[in-house]
Design a protein around this ligand. Structure first.
Ligand SMILES: *Cc1c(COP(=O)(O)O)cnc(C)c1O
Length: 389
């Protein structure tokens, strides 16, 4: 039995200890923590839908119609009219034959990869993929091969190097860097090698492309039968859950084989009902997306003038490099003292020396709030100029 207390102390000394904070308000641009109001740049609620009156009304209406608990797994009696309607809405929205709901994006990735691959197969992944895609490969028993970030030549070498069925998996928008995967090139390679391609569009869905259909649909349209789209509902859509979209045969296979779909209770139907309302807002959300794009552009232009260490991202995820974990923490603390919440991201979420502030922008941020952020960042970087650990 290991000494947990000693391991925790060591973690604290390495500035890697993680703590939660308790929100006393709804999610939003302004949040209340420990009785103090903060301007937040931490949530993935990119369009400000998590606390939207129409989504709240649909959630209440869903609870009135369907109750709270689903009471069973989808394959028993947990699959409600609300789930079915949402799956049909989602499939139609992304232009694929079918969609299947999962409780979370994490579970969707585990379910898909382990349903389609096993011992003797290969799962080929971008080095910077989300943890759930890496864990999915491990759980599947297939061989996990990782290629350098967004390097399609390295991917081509991995594809050529070994035999056996292959599944390529990539984030659409990388969650800690905010840059996008070259999915069109990846899809060409996948088709040439008769490989599956799983695109995890958690951060593109609702935000990018025509009507907010996401990075994957924007780049690949309906795609081919080898294309598997996974997107989450807890980010731009502001609710909770995830779905996988693809061919009829793929979805039927997942219903038979995806263990994270089969062996778990269906999410509350009222949640699916609320998500339908959120999806309607996303469809009509061009103005929200334009506001978000303006916010991103404004932030990047001002941050460049202030010589802040921007990374090459044009999405709502705008990381600022800090270097060592301790420096990222010190910056985050300095911002917090100024009433601004920005998360410090440290190893192992990112590589050693790659600790950063992960800022997320929302359509709900107003220009004066971005100015407040920029002012606080300038002061905090100055204050932490000599912090190196
Ligand atoms: C958030 C996220 C997930 C996990 O989705 P949940 O619904 O929160 O479990 C998966 N992939 C990526 C890229 C994510 O950012």
């Amino acid at each position: 039995m290991q000494d947990l207390a000693a391991a925790l102390t060591a973690r604290q000394q390495q500035q890697l200890y993680r703590k939660r904070q308790t929100l006393e308000s709804p999610q939003g641009v302004m949040v209340r923590v420990d009785g103090r109001d903060y301007l937040s740049f931490c949530s993935n609620d990119y369009l400000g839908l998590a606390n939207h009156p129409q989504v709240i009304a649909a959630f209440k209406d869903g609870a009135e119609r369907f109750g709270v608990g689903s009471g069973a797994a989808h394959l028993i009696t947990g699959h409600s009219y609300a789930h079915q309607a949402l799956e049909e809405d989602l499939a139609e929205f992304v232009g694929r034959p079918r969609a299947l709901l999962f409780s979370t994006g994490y579970m969707a990735n585990l379910g898909v990869v382990s349903a389609l691959t096993g011992r003797g197969d290969r799962v080929i992944e971008d080095r910077l993929n989300h943890a759930s895609l890496l864990d999915a490969a491990r759980l599947s028993g297939a061989r996990l091969l990782r290629y350098a970030h967004n390097d399609t030549e390295a991917l081509a070498r991995k594809l050529a190097s070994a035999s056996g069925q292959a599944l390529i998996a990539s984030d659409g928008v990388f969650s800690m860097d905010g840059d996008c995967a070259p999915v069109a090139q990846i899809q060409q390679l996948a088709q040439r090698h008769a490989a599956w391609l799983l695109v995890d569009d958690a951060h593109g869905f609702g935000v990018l492309g025509a009507g907010g259909r996401g990075w994957c649909v924007d780049q690949l349209g309906a795609g081919g039968d080898n294309l598997i789209l996974m997107a989450t509902l807890g980010k731009a859509l502001g609710t909770f859950g995830a779905f996988v979209a693809g061919s009829e045969a793929l979805i039927e296979t997942l219903i038979q084989l995806a263990r994270t779909f089969i062996y778990t209770t269906a999410t509350p139907p009222a949640l699916a009902w609320a998500t339908r309302a959120a999806l309607a807002l996303v469809r009509e959300g061009d103005e929200l997306r334009e506001t978000l794009a303006r916010n991103i552009d404004y932030f990047r232009r001002q941050a460049a003038v202030l010589e802040l260490p921007l990374m090459p991202s044009h999405t709502a995820i705008q990381p600022l490099l800090a270097g060592e974990a301790g420096r990222a923490l010190a910056l985050s603390e300095a911002l917090r003292r100024r009433g601004v919440l920005v998360t410090a991201i440290r190893p192992p979420t990112v590589a050693q020396g790659g600790a950063r502030l992960r800022l997320t922008l929302s359509a709900a941020h107003r220009p004066e709030q971005l100015d407040r952020l920029l002012q606080a960042l300038t002061e905090s970087y100055r204050e932490c100029a000599h912090v190196s650990v």
